[in-house]
Design a protein around this ligand. Sequence first.
Ligand SMILES: Cc1ncc(COP(=O)(O)O)c(C=O)c1O
Length: 323
Amino acid sequence: MSFGTGKIWMNGSLVDWADAKIHIGSHVVHYGSAVFEGARCYETSRGTACFRIDAHLERLFDSCKIYRMEPGLTYDEIHGAVLETIRANQYKACYIRPIIYRGYHTLGVNPLPCPVDAAILLWEWGAYLGQDALTNGVDVCVSSWSRAAANTFPTLAKTSANYANSTLIKMEAMVEGYSEGIALDTAGYLSEGSGQNLFLVRNDVIYTPPVTASILPGITRDSVITLAQDLGFKVREEMLPRELLYIADEAFFVGTAVEVTPIKSVDKMAIGNGRRGPITEAIQQAFFDIVTGRVDDRHGWLEYVYDGEPREAVAAAPRAARA
Ligand SMILES: Cc1ncc(COP(=O)(O)O)c(C=O)c1O
């Protein structure tokens, strides 16, 4: 059983999907000591383009720094490796998973003696919650699990360890018959879904929890805030009480995997009229227009992959990588 094919980049070499293996004694297997990214490249009208790969790699370097991991690769090297791996696999559109992990040396909790290894996996990933979800929305619940408290598991780092919490949220939701769960932070304010950020709309104002609400600071979240402001909407990042969900006019998830997915009900209560709302639809449209190249890439978010495609959007190395 394999969900992928082709080549995986591992520590500088391209290896066959089936051969991309690590030792069972690797630190990461026992202690979740990895940081990773999830990005996408899209098939646009002008060729294959990565969406905000610079911002994703900046967050990867931030995650490394928080966890005292020295990746042994410069920003340019990992950026180049992402493009090389897409080209080697000849993907037109795919999900991009760079991961930096503590490898095989000893199994004490202290990770510092272990090597820091890196890999880049790619696979084809359509609509994460199903194509129908993008139009008709998803039914979700508020999870009985909270997001990690401040100063426990740092949520600004996209570390594998944090996904133990995500899997609890996701499994509970699935077993109860929902598509997703929304977690609160430990103070009881809205935080995020198991793998996506949350937005609400009420009286034409768009709300999203701030980075202090135990969220991963999503690249899609940041893009959606920009696009909503481009469309003239007010966006407020503030602590939000749970019950605002139930009385919202609209709600939606955003993330690399879910892209922009409407929420039609929470805890079996319809959001608004129980269908995708007009502001959600406008933002969804603005997002897909950009990522598929239907409109001008005015924010410089696309980086084309193959020779002969436009290259103007190549971003400068981000702050974390320049340091
Ligand atoms: C917990 C969590 N929150 C939010 C997001 C959305 O982040 P991004 O838009 O950068 O994919 C993700 C996706 O990786 C996630 O796993």
